[in-house]
Design a protein. Structure first.
Length: 453
C-alpha cells in the first residue's frame, strides 16, 4: 500500500510576528517614523547613488522650539501626543518619495531625494510654516510649537553621508540661536556654521578623551567659614581634559559643546565613578565629603541614574552621604519635574544634593519648599560683589535666612580675598571655597598634602 501524508502548518502568525519585529527595528515606536538606524541606512544609500550618477539630494535637520515647556507643564503623555502630531504634519508636508525620521527626543530629520537645494528650501519652509501654525491645547492653555530647520545638500562635496547630516544639524542649531522658528540653508562660506562645526569637533574630541582615558579630576578644598579646622577632607571635584600634547583644559572650553551634543551625561558618569572610587579608598587621609557638578542634561539621563543607583548601593547609605551632587539652580528651575524626581531618587540612595549658583536665576524661593536639597551654594557673582554692593549684601542675608529656615547648609564660592572671607563669616555662611583658601590641584596632590599636614 502506497500513500502520501501531507502536513500543513499555518505560519501566518509567525510571519506576522517576524514582520512586526523587523518593522520595530527600523521605526520609532512612538511616531511610526523611520528611526535613526533606518534613516542612516537610507541616507548612506542615497549618498552612494549621488556618488555614482551625480544626482542631487538634500537633508533636513529639524528641532522643535518649545517642546520642553509642554513636557514640563503638561506631562510626558502630552509631550508624546505632540510628537505624534508633529510627525503627521511633517509627513504631510514632504513629497511622497521623501523620508521623515525621528532621531530621538524632539529631533527629526528628512531625506529629500532628487531635490535641488532651492527646492529643499521650499519644502523646509513649508514644514516650518506648518509647525508654526500648530497649537497644542491643554485645558485652557494653548501652546505654540514651531521648529528650527537646517538644510544641507547631500552630494559628493562631502566625504560621507553623516557629514551632510552634521552640516544640516549645524545649520539647525544656528537657526535656533538666531531666533528660532526659521530655516537656515548651508553655504560653504558661512562663518557661523563653521563655528558650529568647531563645536561638533569638540564633541568628537570629548568622545576620544573618554575612550583614551584623558579625563582628569582636580580637587578644591571646601573649608569652614569660621576658620575652624573641621574633621577630614572636604572638597569639590573639578573636571579637566588632558590634550594629547599634555595641556589641561578647563570645562569652560569644552562644556558648551558637551552640553549641545549631549556628551555631558557621559562625562558625568565618568566623574561619578571616580568620586565613588575615592570614597571607597582604604588608605590615605579621611575624605569627609566630595561634591561633584552635574549637567542639567544628566537629570533626564537614564544611564546615569542606573549607574548612580548601582554605585551608591555599593557605598551604602552612610558612606553615600559623603557624596554631594551639585546641580545649577537654572538647570533645576528649567527642568523642575525631572529635577525633583532625580533629587528624590539620589537622596533615597544616601547622596546629598546642592543647588549650585544659588540666587542667579530665581526671583522667588517658593520652589525650594518642594525640593529636598541639602545645600545652597551661593552664586559667585553675589559673593564677589559683597564688599561693595548693598544689593548683594541684602541678597546674601536673604539666602542665609532661607537656608536656616529650611535647615540647609550654605556654601560660598569664589572667595578670593581675606576680606571677603571675613565678611562671609559675619553673614553666617557655613562653608567657603575659593582661591584665597585653596587653588584646585590634581586629586593625588591634595591627598598627599593632607597626609603630610
Amino acid at each position: 500500500v502506497f500513500g502520501t501524508v501531507l502536513v500543513f502548518r499555518d505560519v501566518t502568525q509567525q510571519r506576522r510576528q517576524f514582520d512586526e519585529i523587523s518593522w520595530r527595528a527600523m521605526h520609532d515606536g512612538l511616531t511610526g517614523l523611520a528611526n535613526r538606524v533606518e534613516f542612516g541606512q537610507r541616507l548612506a544609500r542615497t549618498f552612494e547613488r549621488a556618488r555614482r550618477d551625480g544626482s542631487q539630494h538634500a537633508v533636513l535637520a529639524l528641532d522643535l522650539d518649545r517642546f520642553k515647556a509642554i513636557n514640563d507643564h503638561c506631562g510626558h503623555a502630552a509631550g508624546d501626543e505632540v510628537l505624534c502630531e508633529v510627525a503627521k504634519r511633517l509627513e504631510a508636508g514632504v513629497r511622497g518619495r521623501d523620508t521623515v525620521a525621528r532621531l530621538g527626543g524632539d529631533e527629526f530629520a528628512a531625506l529629500l531625494e532628487n531635490c535641488s537645494l532651492d527646492e529643499a528650501l521650499h519644502v523646509a519652509q513649508k514644514l516650518c510654516d506648518a509647525l508654526d501654525r500648530y497649537r497644542y491645547l491643554h485645558g485652557e492653555q494653548s501652546f505654540r510649537i514651531g521648529a528650527s530647520i537646517g538644510v544641507a545638500p547631500l552630494d559628493t562635496r562631502w566625504p560621507d553621508a553623516e557629514t551632510a547630516l552634521r552640516e544640516a544639524d549645524a545649520c539647525c542649531i544656528l537657526a535656533k540661536e538666531q531666533g528660532r522658528n526659521r530655516v537656515l540653508v548651508w553655504t560653504p562660506d558661512d562663518a557661523a556654521v563653521r563655528a558650529q562645526q568647531s563645536e561638533q569637533g569638540w564633541a568628537t574630541r570629548l568622545q576620544q578623551a573618554l575612550d583614551q582615558d584623558r579625563l582628569e579630576l582636580d580637587l578644591q578644598r571646601v573649608l569652614p567659614a569660621d576658620g575652624s579646622a573641621g574633621a577630614g577632607l572636604h572638597g569639590e571635584l573639578l573636571l579637566r581634559l588632558r590634550e594629547p600634547d599634555g595641556d589641561r583644559l578647563l570645562p569652560g572650553v569644552f562644556m558648551p559643546a558637551a552640553e549641545r551634543f549631549h556628551v555631558a551625561p557621559r562625562l558625568d558618569r565618568w566623574a561619578l565613578r571616580q568620586a565613588v572610587a575615592l570614597l571607597q579608598r582604604d588608605a590615605g587621609p579621611e575624605i569627609a565629603s566630595l561634591s561633584l557638578n552635574l549637567s542639567g542634561l544628566t537629570l533626564q539621563d537614564a544611564a546615569f541614574q542606573q549607574e548612580a543607583r548601582e554605585l551608591l548601593l555599593q557605598l551604602g547609605p552612610q558612606r553615600a552621604a559623603s557624596l554631594c551632587l551639585e546641580i545649577a539652580e537654572t538647570a533645576v528651575i528649567t527642568r523642575l519635574p525631572d529635577a525633583a524626581r532625580f533629587i528624590g531618587q539620589m537622596r533615597s540612595l544616601g547622596a546629598r544634593i546642592a543647588l549650585d549658583d544659588f540666587g542667579a536665576a530665581a526671583a522667588t524661593f517658593g520652589y525650594l519648599k518642594g525640593l529636598p536639597v541639602d545645600v545652597l551654594k551661593i552664586d559667585g557673582q553675589c559673593v564677589r560683589g559683597l564688599l561693595s554692593d548693598p544689593l548683594d549684601q541684602v541678597a546674601m542675608r536673604s539666602f542665609v535666612d532661607v537656608a536656616r529656615t529650611l535647615g540647609l547648609k550654605t556654601v560660598a564660592k569664589c572667595v578670593e580675598t581675606p576680606e571677603l572671607l571675613e565678611a562671609l563669616a559675619g553673614f553666617g555662611i557655613d562653608e567657603v571655597q575659593g582661591f584665597a583658601l585653596h587653588r584646585p590641584e590634581p586629586v593625588a596632590g591634595v591627598l598627599d598634602t593632607a597626609v603630610q599636614g
